[in-house]
Design a protein around this ligand. Structure first.
Ligand SMILES: CC(=O)N[C@H]1[C@@H](OP(=O)(O)OP(=O)(O)OC[C@H]2O[C@@H](n3ccc(=O)[nH]c3=O)[C@H](O)[C@@H]2O)O[C@H](CO)[C@@H](O)[C@@H]1O[C@H](C)C(=O)N[C@@H](C)C(=O)N[C@H](CCC(=O)O)C(=O)O
Ligand SMILES: Nc1ncnc2c1ncn2[C@@H]1O[C@H](COP(=O)(O)OP(=O)(O)OP(=O)(O)O)[C@@H](O)[C@H]1O
Length: 494
């Protein structure tokens, strides 16, 4: 695409451009000097770890045909486009370069603290059962044209997102929209047919200063809907109610899901067990029975939101009901391992107090005699949620082990110190510390009896980022080994 044309269509006007030669062809855009190919436009971003402007020379060496960035540059041999905000304007450039690919798909964006991934997987499954093709972008992986791809972020950056949407031939695109994604303009320029809100719980207060600011950022998704777009909101919380009111006041179409009798789909008579069930009533008209293959009241909420969205899309209730009953689950979310004569083990990705509450309650509701819990805290992430997380575990479990999660730059010594401090301040006598994660899981499995459950949270299906004493790459591998092959000498491992 011609550079001049690209800038005009991105509303970046030529007077901001130094050294603009006509007819420069831009064959790609990247913000990473290590990925530059001859003919690319390199966009320098001042980041959290490093400053992309330092790599302009490297980008030129690799053949960049033009450069864009925020700082003054005088001696560049190629056109330099001075931007006010590289991340924001990169989104505009990406949308134009790939030709507004969101207009080719029915776009569904899902935001909220917990339940984005699960709701996204449920919706994808319902859509596919109804005969629609569907791309998915989220924490676990991206799925496009029938193939899975590794995802580097929950919400891909604007360049990657636009490229993926451009390459997708799927009718629908369901995506998780994280608050980091919104703040960093990753979804800027995308307009959604459906915007969903699951809930808001304390998280990411290392990044957002207050819960109000966190809410305001999430709310931005609901200002990015297509003209005839619909918001679908879980209103069973004050944050959900507030979002409903704000969205309705702004003139958008908005549907509510929850126990409130004013909701468009009213949740009632729910029962939780291995296979939760509920009645969903379309405000005084049709009622639907819903049964799930995935345990937990939280999944009733996720499924209800997906149900209401699918009804709004026009999918037959029977198809939605069957899809949810046969839903295969999400890797690393409430994934239950059962073996004859052994405790059940649930692997989960919970890393907020609310999510931990649901996980531990779910184990109880599935019949656990006693519940044992293994979890840790990520380095470099919201510290203010840690006390509540320990408090929930100390209250609801019959025993817990604090262990390591991703260090993200924290030293081993600092992690031990952190766990000791948190246990001393907020824990109780049920808790202990075993920093080696597989050994922590082993300790709880050995302590538990066949009717008990061991709940392992924090990593879900993610690979370990450090090595431990057992040679496994993830909690799933560790759990399968411990249940199926461990010699199980009943002795203390620590
Ligand atoms: C802290 C943070 O959010 N960082 C995000 C940010 O990175 P950054 O641009 O600041 O990266 P940087 O390393 O400082 O580099 C700055 C620039 O220099 C460039 N560079 C760097 C080195 C080099 O040799 N050459 C070069 O050009 C880089 O390509 C980049 O353009 O922008 C990147 C592109 O969008 C993101 O991948 C990256 O997410 C990191 C990996 C991350 O872990 N983010 C987390 C906090 C996050 O975003 N999480 C949410 C989910 C949260 C949840 O709900 O659980 C998510 O959506 O993933
Ligand atoms: N609606 C919900 N309410 C509270 N907790 C939930 C809900 N749905 C899921 N959870 C819990 O949160 C964990 C993460 O769920 P999920 O991956 O679906 O959420 P997410 O919003 O995508 O989270 P993340 O952004 O961290 O990936 C689950 O494993 C479960 O323990």
């Amino acid at each position: 695409m011609n550079l001049h044309q690209l800038l005009l269509s991105s509303a970046i006007f030529p007077q901001h451009v130094r050294n603009l030669k006509e007819n420069i062809e831009i064959t790609g855009i990247t913000s990473d000097s290590r990925c530059v190919r001859p003919g690319d436009l390199f966009i320098a971003i001042s980041g959290y770890e490093t400053d992309g402007h330092e790599y302009i020379e490297a980008a030129l060496q690799a053949g960049a045909a033009a450069v864009a960035g925020e700082t003054p540059q005088t001696e560049l041999p190629v056109p330099y486009i001075r931007l006010e905000d590289s991340r924001k304007q990169m989104a505009a450039l990406a949308v134009s370069f790939y030709g507004n690919p969101h207009t080719k798909h029915k776009m569904i964006g899902i935001t909220g603290t917990n339940g984005k991934t699960t709701t996204a997987f449920m919706l994808k499954h319902i859509l596919e059962c109804a005969g629609h093709s569907c791309s998915l972008f989220g924490s676990v992986a991206n799925y496009i044209n029938g193939k899975w791809y590794t995802a580097s972020n929950t919400t891909p950056d604007s360049l990657e997102l636009q490229k993926l949407l451009y390459g997708s031939r799927d009718e629908f695109a369901v995506m998780e929209v994280s608050s980091h994604g919104i703040s960093q303009h990753r979804v800027e320029g995308v307009e959604f047919d459906y915007a969903l809100f699951t809930n808001l719980d304390q998280d990411h207060l290392d990044f957002h200063e207050t819960m109000d600011e966190y809410f305001d950022v999430k709310s931005k998704l609901f200002k990015q809907m297509k003209k005839n777009g619909t918001a679908v909101i879980n209103t069973d919380s004050s944050w959900g109610e507030k979002l409903y009111e704000n969205t309705a006041a702004a003139g958008g179409k908005v549907l509510a899901f929850g126990e409130n009798l004013q909701a468009d789909l009213i949740l009632s008579d729910w029962k939780t067990s291995d296979f939760p069930a509920a009645i969903l009533n379309e405000s005084d008209t049709r009622g639907h029975f819903m049964q799930l293959s995935t345990p937990g009241l939280h999944n009733v909420y996720n499924a209800g939101l997906a149900f209401l969205t699918a009804l709004e899309i026009g999918i037959e209730p029977r198809v939605i009901q069957d899809a949810l009953m046969n839903f295969p689950g999400v890797p690393g979310r409430n994934e239950v391992y059962k073996r004859e004569g052994r405790p059940s083990v649930m692997l989960d990705y919970a890393h907020t107090a609310e999510a931990l509450y649901h996980c531990l309650k779910t184990a109880k509701e599935c019949g656990a005699e006693r519940v044992y819990h293994v979890f840790g805290f990520r380095g470099g992430r919201d510290e203010s949620k840690r006390a509540d997380m320990i408090g929930i575990s100390a209250d609801l479990s019959d025993g817990y082990v604090l262990t390591s999660d991703d260090l993200n730059g924290m030293s081993d010594e600092d992690q031990i110190q952190l766990l000791q401090t948190l246990q001393n301040q907020y824990g109780n006598e049920k808790g202990s510390i075993v920093t080696d994660r597989p050994l922590a899981i082993r300790k709880m499995i050995l302590q538990a009896s066949p009717g008990d459950w061991v709940v392992v949270t924090g990593k879900g299906a993610e690979a370990y980022k450090q090595s431990f004493s057992l040679p496994f790459a993830s909690d799933g591998e560790t759990i399968r080994y411990l249940l199926d092959e461990d010699p199980l000498e009943y002795e203390k491992t620590e």
